[in-house]
Write a protein that binds this ligand. Sequence first.
Ligand code: GDP
Length: 196
Amino acid sequence: MNYHIAKYLLGAAKLTQLPDDQGIEVAFAGRSNAGKSSALNTLTQQKSLARTSKTPGRTQLINVFTLDDDRRLIDLPGYGYAKVPEAMKLQWQAELSRYLQQRKCLRGLVLLMDIRHFLKDSDQEMLVWAAEVGLPVHCLLSKSDKLSQGAKSKAVLQCKKALSELHPKATVQAFSSLKRVGLDQLYAVLDQWYAI
Ligand code: GDP
């Protein structure tokens, strides 16, 4: 699959504004600041496909990018931002869980987590929702350039162990947008999910 041809299609404020539930979607999710936009830009080799500087707390959209007529990349709103009012957080959570649990064309979820702070409560919640409906999850431990090789391997192992409780089929890898580390592994997972 050629990911460089990704093109912005629309931003949906509600699930009803998404394209028809057909074809194949792969969604990217993560806490605010986890490095999701950077990962999407690295993956597609487009500098500003997903904006990397956002105003936290303002109304968030589910951004949809097309790869071809049948395949889409979905950029889910970053969650877990401390300054967002509780009511808004609950609303996003409900919307996210509905998307993960009801979207038939959703083939897999890429979950971005900072390699130094992975599996926060909100990440665990995403994993549990995905596990409930048997949705495959691939975790990217982002900003891996911040750690030494040894610490990086240790983090991946620790995360794997914790995942075995939350979502036994979830996979995990280290990733760095800055150093472009882990891209081939990510492409291999995506290619598998996008295969018809
Ligand atoms: P998002 O909120 O999840 O979309 O996160 P962003 O992609 O906007 O990244 C949040 C911050 O982390 C920004 O300051 C990025 O420059 C930084 N960042 C993202 N990816 C990397 C990476 O691979 N390495 C390092 N060192 N910093 C990164």
